[in-house]
Write a protein that binds this ligand. Structure first.
Ligand SMILES: Nc1ncnc2c1ncn2[C@@H]1O[C@H](COP(=O)(O)OP(=O)(O)OP(=O)(O)O)[C@@H](O)[C@H]1O
Ligand SMILES: [Mg+2]
Length: 276
């Protein structure tokens, strides 16, 4: 179970994430929605350790991760999609994935300088890396240098690395943003596949409500850094704050596909939604 307790960060006088207490159970996919600047990416950065909280805590299976840096949190099981800057651009796709697999396993140093052990470890790591690449449909690209990959394949590789690291929590921040119409379904299929693994906890920031509706078991809404709604997708999507402020739905019921910025001055109201 991933938990945030009273998670807060201030940038000068601005509170970007404000006292967010929430838990995320294995086997669930939670969509995080809210207008631009609501604090969604900042919330992810606080969970993964890219940003240090002003106050509050992040816990994974009861272990307080708050004092850990981002790499220690990755080792603890928090998977945040990689930036390409974390990769070795001149190494091949396979080599990069193999390094990620290796990071999760006891390496040859446990056997001393035993060439046979080193060789058989290397073969086992390669086999696992190949399995991961097969899962993301990138076997045909395994010998390409990462630097030469098209954008869509780079994003797939990011997911492959999270799989290779055997993360227990997967955080996707607008995973299909900037993707072409034929690239986006591949990433969404990967998320669908991951969702079937009931040991994984998935957090997804997504503006496209059709994607959210299909994939999410639960939706939380952030607004000005505050958690203002949390519940079943149908319930949250139907709630007045999401309908009026985020979907731009008029009283006649016409709806927009994407989450739109809130109308200024609209008060949150109704359902399980608390005033920020
Ligand atoms: N490093 C930073 N320094 C100062 N302010 C920041 C920093 N990072 C984020 N912010 C501010 O925090 C607020 C939340 O930003 P954040 O990027 O988390 O929003 P978001 O919900 O992810 O928006 P979007 O949907 O546009 O991606 C914004 O007002 C942003 O300007
Ligand atoms: Mg963002």
């Amino acid at each position: 179970m991933l938990e945030t307790r009273g998670l807060t960060i201030r940038f000068g006088g601005h509170v970007a994430v404000n006292d967010v207490t929430c838990s995320f159970a294995p086997g669930t996919l939670t969509a995080i929605v809210g207008p631009n600047g609501a604090g969604k990416t900042t919330y992810f950065n606080l969970i993964s350790g890219q940003l240090k909280a002003t106050s509050g805590a992040v816990l994974l299976d009861g272990q307080d991760l708050s004092g850990m840096n981002a790499s220690a949190r990755t080792r603890a099981g928090l998977g945040r999609a990689f930036q390409l800057t974390n990769l070795f651009p001149n190494l091949t796709v396979l080599e990069n994935v193999r390094l990620a697999v290796q990071a999760t396993r006891a390496g040859p140093h446990h056997h001393g300088l035993n060439l046979w052990s080193i060789w058989s470890d290397h073969k086992a790591l390669t086999r696992r890396a190949e399995e991961v690449l097969e899962a993301v449909a990138m076997s045909d690209k395994e010998h390409m240098p990462v630097a030469g990959l098209p954008h869509g394949d780079q994003r797939k590789l990011e997911v492959a690395l999270l799989m290779a690291l055997e993360s227990s929590v997967f955080m996707f921040d607008e995973p299909t943003a900037g993707m072409s119409a034929d690239e986006a379904p591949v990433i969404l299929n990967l998320i669908r596949q991951l969702r079937l693994d009931k040991s994984k906890t998935i957090l997804l920031v997504e503006h496209k409500m059709d994607v959210v509706r299909e994939l999410a078991d639960r939706i939380i809404v952030l607004h000005n850094g505050t958690l203002v709604a949390d519940g079943e997708p149908a319930e949250v999507i139907a709630s007045p704050i999401v309908q009026e402020a985020y979907l731009g739905v008029n009283p006649q019921g016409a709806s927009a596909q994407d989450v739109a910025p809130p109308q200024p001055g609209l008060p949150p109201q109704g359902g399980r939604i608390s005033a920020p």
